[in-house]
Write a protein that binds this ligand. Structure first.
Ligand code: BYC
Ligand code: FE
Ligand code: FE
Length: 488
């Protein structure tokens, strides 16, 4: 019986042991075989997914053997399953963390009531929208990154790119499962549409702004996985609090994969900063482009861009959508259970940024309307940690320059700061000054052309491009010179 049949049945035949069934065409721990209708629907979506993967997934390398990890169980150690596989043969599957016994809704108007195992009619449209928005980002990122394989700095990095790509593909599966299993006909239609919108397509773009930008080079890739995948972490964590238990458990499991994506970003930028610092010392100059390194000014401009477009992903600083999601129990706060308050948030006020009299300022709003902003602030604090680690590298090379996060009002397109002109330091300026000076703050065509010019692929084992330092250690205790990708 499908859960969208209106009978409100808890999904039958749920496999409590949570073992992953790999005997199936679609590996899963949701006992897919006991729901023929759902299984058939997903099996008819699978070839469309594979067509999409071949057409808009990684360009080239589809026949190469890539040293990928695949989830084989949802237990903590279930991750450590590494083998060389061809990407189109990756075991994309449907995995949810195990159900928590007697779990209760943690926030909002129904706080304390049992969580839902089906979609309540009055929340159907909002839940579908959240799931579609989440699902839309996953294939978008694969599309954005599709050309990077041809300019990878090493086999190690090439493998990390593909690991991120296949896991974003699996995140799409996670959302498509929810759409098919719980939203009936319109869920299936939405799942099809996710494969029809494309990153940067002028006619059918992706839903959220950052997912229509190109990821043209590896500096952009590491910035994206540092900043934009981190938005994913915070959005998934707040959906993992949802009263709709299948969504909560799906997102919980996705978070384990997200950690690796952010590691790729943080360590990637760090290795670039390290190589740049080495070249600056060797040459006793900040101008290292002639020696094939990426200068700190360019790195800073990339930070400014990727950080500001990622801030936009949190939505407006005052949001009645976010308030409605919260009071309905659909989307919570980061680490909701660890917060010591009433978890209803209608009686308290919260300061939020506001654009007033032509400059950045703050105002107070009911706390429940400030949830996007709260999540954004959690994100900002998290972003600062990595920047501090990158700066440690500079300090270790006796370089006094520092990287930093620009002001939250800088280069924003969404929310109160959209349309304002603000410097990375937070001063408001007029449009003419912006036009003249923004080339100092955002990557220019010339920056991108330079970075593109040094992106020569390095495919020899143990070798690495000149603009990045090798990693401190390899993947799965392998050495850096391991054959992470067997090229054909
Ligand atoms: N671009 O009340 P507001 C990831 C729209 S990343 C375009 O301020 P709300 C990943 C908004 O839709 C995580 N439009 O915002 C990372 C609304 O439209 P309507 C993705 C935007 O709704 C790397 C209007 O503006 N997951 O997983 O509270 C690689 C006013 O909205 C944008 C999610 O986002 C934007 N940036 O919040 C791979 C979680 N921002 O109603 C994957 C699900 C706002 O006027 N999504 N708008 O038509 C959500 O929770 C919410 O939709 C948002 C927006 C937080 C995104
Ligand atoms: Fe993802
Ligand atoms: Fe990710």
């Amino acid at each position: 019986m499908a859960p969208d049949s209106g009978l409100g049945l808890i999904r039958k035949g749920f496999d409590m042991s949570m073992a992953v069934d790999y005997g199936q065409r679609i590996p899963n721990n949701v006992s897919l075989h006991s729901d023929r209708r759902l299984q058939r629907a997903l099996e008819s979506w699978q070839p469309r997914f594979l067509d999409w993967w071949r057409e808009l997934g990684p360009d080239g390398f589809q026949e190469s053997d890539v040293y990928l990890r695949t989830a084989v169980s949802i237990e903590p150690g279930g991750w450590a399953n590494f083998a060389h596989v061809k990407m189109p043969e990756y075991r994309w599957g449907i995995f949810l963390t195990g159900p928590e016994k007697d779990r209760q809704i943690g926030f909002g108007e129904e706080k304390g009531l049992p969580v839902w195992n089906q979609v309540p009619g009055q929340h159907r449209a909002d839940l579908r929208r959240l799931i579609v928005t989440q699902g839309d980002t996953e294939p978008a990122s694969v599309e954005q990154q599709r050309l990077l394989g041809r300019m990878a700095p090493s086999l190690y990095d090439l493998r990390n790119l593909f690991q991120v790509n296949v896991e974003e593909g699996r995140h799409l599966w996670a959302m498509v499962y929810l759409l098919h299993a719980y939203f009936g006909r319109d869920g299936r239609d939405e799942a099809d549409l996710i494969l029809e919108r494309h990153a940067g397509d002028p006619d059918r773009p992706r839903i959220l702004g950052a997912f229509n930008e190109l990821t043209p080079d590896w500096l952009a890739f590491y910035m994206f996985t540092y900043f934009t995948d981190r938005d994913g972490k915070y959005q998934l964590a707040s959906l993992a609090e949802s009263a709709f238990d299948p969504l909560a458990r799906t997102c919980q499991f996705m978070l384990t994969e997200e950690a690796h994506h952010m590691f790729v970003g943080e360590s990637g930028v760090k290795r670039i900063v390290q190589r740049s610092a080495e070249l600056m010392r060797e040459q006793d100059s900040n101008e290292i482009r002639a020696f094939g390194g990426i200068d700190l000014a360019t790195i800073q401009r990339y930070i400014n861009f990727h950080y500001s477009v990622s801030l936009d992903l949190f939505g407006g600083e005052r949001s009645s959508n976010a308030a409605a999601y919260y009071s309905a129990g659909l989307k919570g706060r980061y680490n909701e259970a660890k917060i010591n308050d009433d978890h209803v948030l209608t009686k308290t006020l919260q300061p939020v940024p506001e654009w007033r009299d032509g400059k950045p300022s703050t105002t107070e709003v009911p706390e429940i309307n400030a949830l996007n902003e709260r999540l954004r602030q959690d994100f900002v604090r998290d972003c600062e940690r990595g920047v501090a680690r990158w700066n440690n590298v500079l300090e270790g090379h006796d370089i006094s320059a520092r990287l930093y996060l620009p002001h939250i009002a800088f280069n924003r397109r969404i929310g109160t700061f959209a349309g304002g002109y603000v410097t990375p330091e937070g001063s408001s300026i007029d449009e003419r000054d912006w036009t003249e000076q923004s080339r100092n703050w955002l990557p220019t065509d010339e920056d991108k052309a330079f970075v593109a010019s040094i992106m020569d692929p390095v495919t020899e084992r143990g070798k690495i491009a000149n603009w990045i330092a090798p990693p401190a250690r390899g993947i799965d205790s392998r050495s850096f010179d391991y054959e992470y990708v067997r090229l054909v």
